[in-house]
Ligand binder design. Structure first.
Ligand code: DAH
Length: 344
């Protein structure tokens, strides 16, 4: 009688435990059956009280059965509970799963500023022809920016109207030409250098003028350097930037540090020379200043003009960038507007 009560409870409890729909229901069943005041302890206490009346062998087998039932139900409970825990963990791992080998989302690779891109292309071109790439100070002295370049004290460029002077007799360099002088002082002849960099002028800013812009200076000193040599390098430079055949022309131009001095024009790439708004109907666009280095400049750099000569040029890199990409306002280049910069 007690025995069948016990096996009845076992059957019913086993089914309830095995079929508990979730961890919460399982816990409720545990409390109901195995808890301190649950069905099993209650029945066991009841059985314990009446055990004294039974013959010893029945007592022993009943005792064994009680233990077996308790162990069976407890292990079913543990198994079910472990199953729920595993399922919960799986769920969480699935939700939090992360592939660390995927590229990180959300970062957007930057691009080089168009000025930097063109500067690097220019450097590569000249490097491949044996020119060293030099840097010079942006804060210069008057000797390197003017005197050594044969620019007399009376020259208008030396006026505060055009040049930013700073304390201690220094100034913000108005062109990259002073690097010519520094290169001659440091390396002597023969010499092949280019010097890209920022220059500064006291200008009213508008669509085509900035107080800060970029130039590339070049100088080659050797024996019997001719205008033909100069044209070879300058034409190659323009072709490497515009990626096509270009036609150039030289016009006389005055720069105190070269003699003869020239302005080099390029036949307009937009209209092919027939005339358009970009070339102001002339068919030609001014690109750079150049010439054969003035003997006074060689002397100022410590080089004997009886033995050596050379050419020099100064290119407006900012201007070149605007030409190449058809940028109509110089102010875009320094505005830091990503909508503009991301186009390059
Ligand atoms: N320094 C000149 C300027 O800023 C450009 C220039 C012209 C540089 C002729 C040169 C040159 O080396 O030979 O306008």
């Amino acid at each position: 009688m007690l025995e069948s009560k016990l096996t009845g409870l076992q059957e019913q409890a086993a089914a309830a435990l095995d079929q508990a729909p979730d961890a919460e229901a399982l816990e409720a069943i545990r409390v109901d059956i195995l808890g301190r005041k649950g069905q099993l302890p209650t029945l066991t206490t009841q059985i314990g009280k009446s055990m004294g009346k039974l013959p010893p062998e029945e007592r022993a087998s009943l005792g064994k059965l009680m233990n077996a039932v308790k162990q069976d139900l407890e292990s079913r409970y543990e198994a079910r509970k472990a199953a729920f825990e595993r399922a919960a963990l799986d769920l969480r791992l699935n939700a939090e799963w992360l592939d660390l080998t995927l590229p990180a989302p959300g970062t957007r690779p930057g691009t080089l500023h168009p000025l930097t891109q063109i500067q690097r292309e220019l450097e590569e071109y000249f490097n491949s022809l044996g020119f060293a790439i030099l840097d010079g100070p942006e804060v210069e002295d008057e000797w390197h920016n003017f005197d050594a370049l044969n620019i007399p004290a009376t020259h208008p460029a030396r006026d505060a109207q055009d040049t930013f002077f700073v304390e201690g007799g220094l100034l913000l360099r108005t062109h990259t030409s002073p690097v010519q002088v520094r290169a001659m002082e440091k390396f002597g002849a023969p010499l092949r250098i280019v010097a890209p960099g920022r220059v500064f002028r006291n200008e009213e800013v508008d669509a085509s003028h900035e107080h800060t812009f970029y130039q590339l200076e070049g100088m080659m000193i050797d024996k019997d350097v001719s205008i033909g040599h100069m044209l070879y390098f300058l034409k190659g430079l323009l072709q490497s930037i515009f990626h096509r055949e270009v036609t150039v022309r030289l016009r006389p131009g005055f720069f105190p540090f070269v003699e003869p001095g020239f302005e080099l024009d390029i036949q307009c790439l937009l209209c092919g020379g027939s005339g358009c708004p970009v070339c102001k109907q002339s068919g030609w666009v001014e690109q750079l200043g150049c010439g054969l280095v003035h003997p006074n400049v060689l002397r100022a750099g410590g080089i004997d003009p009886e033995q050596w000569n050379g050419f020099a040029f100064g290119l407006g890199v900012t201007r070149l960038v605007m030409m190449r990409y058809g940028i109509d306002d110089i102010r875009h280049l320094a505005a830091g507007d990503l909508r503009f910069l991301r186009q390059f």
